[in-house]
Design a protein around this ligand. Structure first.
Ligand code: FAD
Length: 498
């Protein structure tokens, strides 16, 4: 704990750490509730990009709190039955989530409803989730948030990295210490600090210690180095959801810090107007295999919970057989557009990487391996050739029969691997986000090891997300940013000055 005394460089009622979706919503809400807010943001203005701006801009928009609450409560009991998230937290969250859409529209946000099958339709309330998407996806979301911040004249201190929370001698958080260029900056929060610095996707030590398998790679902003975890721990915060992620398999190559989301089906879906993955006619064959060349999953039907199938450890060979895995596909998929999604993530509109339209550059740089035979491909990627050949033969037979008795792959995806070249790309555990961080109560106050709120500190967004083990479905994290950002902003603004 660092006691902040002496001179302050700057003062605001509410100091928000991080200018992603959660931080922006908290700052706007605090301002609308009569507080003067300031945002401390570690990136420079010109290159500022966040997981929020790299996202697909989709959010859960439940029409009322009851259906989503039923679903969240069911999800929260997964993995042993002890609730991952406290009932009062879920109840307050659901009330706010049910009005997110109106909150955005009242401020001029351009959003559209989108078809939304639930990720876990077998659970109560999970069959249909109401969702909306920002026009312009993550960039559209970021522009909307910037417009709010500018309209409210909320100062953003760019290139200012928060390093410590400062307390008074009684342990109340009263400000933030930051590095701005080469100098130390101390910003006083006369009401409260709101922690919104995103997750710990690029903190290798935290991932090794907290996640279920290492390495795990992420597709969002590489500046999310878990600073919020260290700041929260310093003031005695209790952590939650640390081993939880929204993740599956991602493409990751040593030359890039950020991973890519896989577009398994390619243009057949993306370019078919009005079609979803459920209804599109898939035109190319692909499978996912482990390092032994065997399938172990129904490939891309698992959404953001496939991750939990990956940490199977072979205690005899001392390896994770599914880490890495391989995306094996045929010529048609190669010709069917870039391997990663180009609507969000590093190959999306933020263009952290320009993936070639025909995948040729990535073949040249060895990210995609090709061969004229399945055996040849197996040898190149180092998986047993006999096994991979057998796996492809068996899968192709399932395709002829229109049924996958091994893993129940969707019938519209039972397309045999056809003409060569046969291709492979390495897949690692990973996805959009970590979910862990400081535990929060229904007011979004950070809670201590002894379950009491720590005075003066709130959190919102991905740093200690509301969900536990199972991610409810696409759009849940941004829904969390809006709901928890509003709750934190409102309550922080109402704090009495100490
Ligand atoms: C490719 C991709 C697609 C996605 N699509 C969706 C989707 O469609 N729907 C959905 O719900 N979720 C989606 N997600 C997840 C969602 O985007 C994130 O969970 C969410 O945007 C996190 O928002 P945040 O405000 O908590 O953090 P971020 O958006 O990551 O913002 C954190 C901010 O804090 C700053 N910061 C970090 N440390 C410090 C520090 N020490 N001091 C000062 N500033 C700091 C960062 O620079 C950044 O500006 C997606 C994620 C990815 C990667």
């Amino acid at each position: 704990m660092r006691v902040g005394s002496g001179a302050w460089d700057r003062t605001a009622d509410v100091v928000v750490i991080g200018y992603g979706c959660a931080g922006a919503v908290a700052a706007v809400t605090a301002t609308e509730n009569g507080a003067e807010a300031v945002i401390v943001e570690k990136q420079p203005r010109e290159s500022h990009h966040t997981s929020s701006s790299m996202s697909a801009g989709m959010f859960l928009s439940p029409p009322d709190s009851s259906s989503i609450l039923e679903y969240l409560a069911a999800l929260g009991r997964m993995g042993g039955g002890r609730p991952w998230t406290d009932g009062p937290v879920l109840r307050t969250w659901a009330e706010y989530a049910a009005t997110t859409r109106q909150w955005i529209e009242a401020r001029g946000g351009a959003i559209v409803p989108i078809p939304a099958p639930g990720e876990h339709p077998q659970l109560p309330g999970g069959a249909h989730l109401s969702k909306h998407r920002f026009r312009g996806m993550g960039i559209g979301l970021a522009r909307f948030l910037e417009a709010q911040i500018e309209a409210k004249k909320i100062p953003v201190l760019y290139e200012t990295r928060a390093t410590h929370l400062l307390t008074n001698p009684r342990g109340r958080v009263v400000g933030v210490e930051a590095r701005q260029g080469g100098r130390r900056l101390r910003v006083r929060a006369s009401r409260a600090v709101v922690l919104a610095p995103g997750g710990f996707e690029y903190d290798e030590q935290a991932k090794l210690n907290y996640l279920k398998v290492y390495p795990t790679y992420f597709t969002g902003s590489e500046v999310n180095t878990g600073d919020g975890l260290r700041m929260a721990l310093e003031v005695g915060a209790q952590l939650w959801h640390m081993n939880c992620v929204a993740a599956g398999l991602v493409l990751k190559f040593p030359e890039m810090p950020v991973a890519f989301q896989v577009d398994y089906l390619g243009r057949s879906v993306a370019k078919t107007p009005g079609k979803t993955e459920e209804t599109a006619s898939v035109v190319s064959g692909h499978i996912v295999v482990n390092r032994d060349g065997e399938r172990y999953t129904s490939e891309n039907v698992k959404g953001q919970c496939l991750y939990y199938e990956l940490p199977v450890f072979d205690t005899h060979r001392l390896v994770y057989p599914r880490v890495p895995s391989y995306f094996i596909f045929d010529r048609r998929r190669l010709e069917n557009g870039p391997l990663p999604l180009v609507t969000s993530g590093p190959a999306g509109p933020t263009r952290l990487y320009h993936w070639s339209l025909d995948n040729s550059r990535e073949i040249e740089q060895g990210w995609i391996v090709t061969a004229n035979t399945v055996r040849g491909l197996a040898r190149k990627i180092g998986v047993p050739a006999d096994t991979l050949e057998r796996t492809v033969r068996t899968f192709n037979r399932h395709c002829e029969k229109g049924r996958d008795p091994d893993f129940g792959r969707k019938p519209n995806e039972l397309i045999p691997l056809g003409a060569p070249p046969y291709c492979a790309a390495v897949l690692w555990p990973g996805g959009p986000s970590t979910q862990g961080g400081p535990r929060r109560n229904s007011r979004c106050q950070v809670v201590s090891a002894g379950d009491d709120p720590i005075p003066g500190i709130y959190s919102c967004g991905e740093m200690g997300a509301t969900y536990g083990m199972l991610y409810p479905g696409g759009g849940s994290n941004l829904a969390d940013c809006f709901a928890s950002g509003r709750i934190a902003g409102e309550n922080a603004a109402r704090e009495k000055r100490p």
